[in-house]
Structures are given as C-alpha cells and as structure tokens.
Ligand binder design. Structure first.
Ligand code: ADP
Length: 461
C-alpha cells in the first residue's frame, strides 16, 4: 500500500488535488528554466567573473544540467498520467518524487560549487518554499530537517576533513570551509531560514486551501438554497393552477349552456374570460415544464420532425419582424425526414428565444437570418442578426442566470436575462451544444451583430 500523503481535510477535496496537479506542472516548467540558469551560471561565473573550476567540477556540473533536463523530460511525460485524487500513486507522490530528486541534484551542485561556501546554496530555500506550497506540513518539515542535517553533514564533514572540499577560487579572498565561526554561523542561519520559510509558506498555503474550500462550501449552499427557492416557486405556481382550473370548468359549464341559455352579450364576455383563463393555465404549465427540466432534468421526449419544428418556430415571428421593420430571412435545408428525439415544447422554446432576441436586439431596417441544415451527423440551426452585438467581455458570462450584456444598460430593452441560460440548459439536456459569435460577420461597425449556433448530434438515427 502506498503511504497517503494528503492531510485529512484534503482527502475528499477535489480542488486540492487539481491545484497540486497544476503546481506540479509549474515545477516542471521551472525546471527547464533551472537547466538554462545552471548552464548560464557556470559559464558566466567562469568566463565573466573568473571563477576557476577543476575539470572534475566542470564535468559534474554540466553533467548535472543534462541529468536535470533528462529527468525533467521524463517528468513532463508522466505529468499527464498522474491522478488528481487520493489513493494509488497520485499527484502528491509525484510532487514528493520531484522534490527529492531536485534536492539530491541540488546537493551535488552545491557540493561541487564550494559546499558550505557555495553561492548556489540559497536555492535550497527557494526549493523548500515551493515544496511548502504543495506538500503537507509533516512531509515538508521532515524534508526540511533532512536537508538541514545533510547540509550540516557536508559543512562539518569538510571542516573536519572527513570529506574533500571542492574549492572554487575567484570569489573569496580566503577559504571559509575550515573557519569554525563561519561553519557554525552559516549552518545555524541556513537552518533558521529553511525552517522559517517552510513555516510561513506552508501556513499561508494551508490557509489559502481552507479559504478556497470554505468558499466552495458556501457556493454549494447558495446553489442548494436557490434550488429550494425554485422548488418553492414551482409549488406556488402549481397551487395557482387549482383555482384557475376550477374557474375554467365553471366557465365551460356556463358557456356550454349546460345551465340554460344566456344572452349574447354576457356570453361573449364569458368566452373572452375563458380564453384568458386558458392562457393563464397554459402559461403555468409552461413555467412548470421548464422548472421540471431545470430542477430534475425531466422531459417529454418524442421523435420530432426538425424541419417542421424550426419552421413553426420561425412562423411565429414574421408579424413581429414586420412590425419592427426588421427583415426576417429563413433558409431550411433540413430534409423533411430529419428527426431528433426531444421535447417539442422545450426545443421550440430554444428557437423562439433566439429568434425573439435577434429581433429585439436588432434595430429598424436590420435583418435576422435563421438557417437550418445538416452537416455530417449533426443538425445545426443558426440565428444570425445584424443587431447591437454582444461585447467581448460579456460573452463568457452571457449564458448565466440573470446576466445581461453591458451594452444594453439604460437603453430600454426589456428582459430579465434568464432566457439564454434556459436555452443553454435545454440544448445541453438534449446532448447538444450552443455556440456564440459576435460580431456575426453579418453586421457593420456600429451594429456588429450576433450569431448563435445550436448543434444537436444525430447519433441515435
Ligand atoms: P433578456 O431577457 O435580457 O433578453 P436573455 O437571457 O435572452 O435575456 O439574454 C441575455 C443577454 O444577452 C441580453 O440581456 C442581451 O444583453 C444579450 N443578448 C442575447 N441575445 C442577443 C442578441 N441577439 N444580440 C445582442 N445581445 C443579445
């Protein structure tokens, strides 16, 4: 069994694992930079600053650069395959593996560039800070202790002549590795900096993870309470149906003359009331239909003739377009046999919403084109207009509930910003997708236009 490295609070916290995976990639990218910096360091210190390295030092240092590059290429390959979850060999094990490998390589480099006197020893601190951002406290503190012990080992080993000192001349006037005051101070300060950096960096990282976790929990709670609210509204709307249906049946009895003849004038008024009541019941049914799809993914699936469905959706808008002075063009290249399994009410809602928006956001003498066609195994319906367009900065958010673009503020366009979010949800519940482009390629500079493309796969047919 592989040792679980994750802190308890993070085991079921998906974002923690994703972040570790991303940070592992930083590690890999930084390491390519480290290879360049290492080669640059050897060359500049030697050629420009006059440091003198022995042949053995050159071989080991250039060899370490190649070694670093080699294992980084391997890590780069492994990265994509590491699992961003607890259990098995996961991203945390991968971080630890990288960290240990880097520390060992850095040890060789530090030793061959002067051991306790090496200017490169500061890189250990940098490493420990990066490690603290990824690895859990107990692991990084254990590594910090091992590092301090190893560094003290080299320093005192060289001081007591137990290991050979790799001298680099050219940057200090006298040797320091055999100066007791230097060795002791250098080791103590090194240990203090390592431990303090780990303490601060690890503390901040854990706090950030926890804050992020709290934010996500609050977001989940908010989403749940939104759902509860929608369920409550659904229940209220449903309750409204009962009295309205009763009114409708009384009206049916009276207008059906079951209780006897009634004069023409009152009959006409009652029939109008009957039409209005029917409309109210239909509206309630529509709201309930959409809510059931949004909340529970429920649909009334049927095999639909898509040519006819698009046509009947467009038909509803010719009068509106004429009244607004907008040209409505319609091209339907779908064969009359093209079918799709879907909910007729919901799919009609998709097209009517997009066409009605197209007309609403296109000024007088502009145009809207609706084009339906089939391309390989997909049905595509485009609604293109030469209207006000959607600014770039709003495009990513436009399908969110209640979001309205910045360019319509204060211009008197009515609406609540909920239509597109419902459209997207319906399309996706039908395994489709929706694309948005603005400018549409059909407008001009003042009216860049918008193009929506709804795509449904035909895989079942
Ligand atoms: P609304 O009721 O505000 O029209 P929608 O959800 O249908 O709500 O649309 C969200 C926002 O997207 C609109 O407020 C508008 O800013 C923008 N929008 C939608 N369709 C178009 C379009 N065809 N042209 C320009 N802007 C559009």
């Amino acid at each position: 069994m592989i040792l679980s490295l994750a802190p308890e609070w993070a085991v079921h916290y998906k974002e923690f694992w994703e972040t570790v995976k991303t940070r592992n990639l930083w590690f890999i990218r930084l390491r390519y930079l480290a290879v360049v910096l290492l080669v640059g360091y050897i060359l500049t210190t030697h050629l420009l600053l006059g440091f003198r390295y022995t042949n053995e030092q050159f071989v080991i240092l250039f060899g370490s650069s190649f070694f670093l590059l080699g294992y980084n290429l391997m890590f780069d390959k492994i990265w994509g395959k590491t699992e961003a979850m607890s259990g098995g060999f996961n991203v945390l094990h991968f971080s630890l593996l990288q960290m240990i490998q880097d520390l060992l390589t850095l040890f060789v480099i530090v030793y061959y560039t002067g051991g306790p006197e090496s200017p490169v020893r500061m890189m250990f601190i940098f490493h420990m800070i990066i490690g603290s951002l990824i690895l859990p406290g107990r692991v990084i503190y254990s590594l910090a202790i091992l590092l301090i012990l190893a560094f003290s080992g080299i320093s005192f080993g060289e001081y007591f002549d137990l290991i050979a000192h790799q001298n680099v001349s050219g940057y200090k006037s006298e040797p320091l590795h055999n100066n007791f005051n230097f060795v002791i101070l250098n080791t103590v300060i090194f240990a203090a900096i390592v431990l303090t950096s780990v303490f601060i960096a690890n503390g901040i990282a854990v706090q950030l993870y926890k804050l992020e976790q709290q934010l996500l929990t609050s977001f989940d709670k908010l989403k749940k309470s939104e759902e509860e609210k929608e369920k409550y509204i659904m229940a209220v709307v449903h309750e409204l149906k009962t009295p309205l249906t009763a009114v409708m049946s009384y009206l049916n009895i009276v207008t059906g003359k079951i209780l006897g003849e009634i004069p023409h004038e009152p009959l006409e008024r009652l029939e109008r009331a009957q039409i209005r009541t029917r409309e109210a019941i239909d509206m309630i049914n529509d709201v309930l239909h959409v809510s059931r799809m949004r909340l529970f993914g429920q649909m009334n699936l049927q095999i639909l003739n898509m040519h006819e469905l698009v046509e009947s959706s467009v038909d509803k808008f010719f009068d509106t377009a004429i009244a607004k002075g907008v040209e409505l063009n319609y091209i339907n290249d779908l064969s009359r046999e093209t079918t799709l399994e879907g909910d007729p009410f919901l799919l009609t809602l998709v097209f009517t919403n997009l066409i009605s928006n197209g007309i609403k956001y296109t000024p007088h003498s502009g145009a809207v084109i609706v084009r339906a066609y089939r391309i390989s195994k997909e049905i595509r319906v485009e609604v293109i207009d030469s209207g006000i367009g959607i600014p770039k900065q709003d495009i990513d958010k436009i399908f969110e509930d209640f979001y309205r673009a910045s360019n319509i503020k204060g211009k008197g366009y009515e609406g609540a910003g909920i239509g597109l979010s419902i459209v997207k949800q319906i399309v996706e519940t039908h395994n489709g997708r929706i694309q948005l482009e603005s400018p549409s390629g059909f407008g001009d500079q003042k009216h860049p236009g918008t193009k929506f493309t709804v795509i449904f796969p035909l895989k079942n047919f």
